[in-house]
Write a protein of this length. Structure first.
Length: 161
């Protein structure tokens, strides 16, 4: 199996790719985690939204299936640039192989020195901590699942603040 790292701005996604991203997210968050939530939130196709994903390009029958994805959104304006990572997920049969880490590295390269936030499912806080995120508030329940807010602060003078 050959995996390809892909990246696209929201408005540049073709219909088949968008379908693959949404299908994986629904399979993981709605079906597997039994958590009905409003997946179609209107942010996927915004001009400031970027998508990163890995697809299986190996073999004649693979069809380039999306196996892991995340969404990166610009939140602040040009003066106060900040980002939010969300919708991070990997197909159940492909977990534990570093796919989310590979996507996090790609997304954080885009973030650069700017602050970035995310809402982590609580059991994944340690994974995000390995990417420089720290818990930034109390645990909360979203759609019936425990989450913690996490932040990776701006880089100034070689250190995070």
């Amino acid at each position: 199996m050959t995996l390809a790292l892909r990246h696209s701005w929201g408005p540049d996604l073709d219909a088949a790719t968008l379908y693959g991203l949404l299908r994986l997210r629904v399979d993981v968050f709605v079906v597997e985690q039994a958590c009905p939530y409003p997946e179609l939130d209107g942010r996927d196709l915004q001009p400031t939204t970027q998508h990163f994903w890995l697809d299986d390009t190996g073999g004649q029958d693979s069809g380039g299936q999306v196996i892991s994805t995340l969404r990166l959104m610009l939140e602040g304006g040009s003066a106060e640039r900040s980002f939010r990572i969300g919708r991070v997920c990997t197909r159940a049969s492909d977990r534990g192989r570093g796919h989310s880490t590979r996507l996090m590295h790609a997304a954080l390269a885009e973030v650069g020195e700017h602050p970035c936030r995310l809402s982590a499912q609580s059991y994944l806080a340690d994974m995000y901590a390995r990417h420089g995120f720290v818990v930034d508030g109390p645990e909360f329940i979203e759609d019936g699942i425990a989450h913690v807010p996490m932040a990776r602060l701006a880089l100034t003078g070689g250190t995070r603040r």
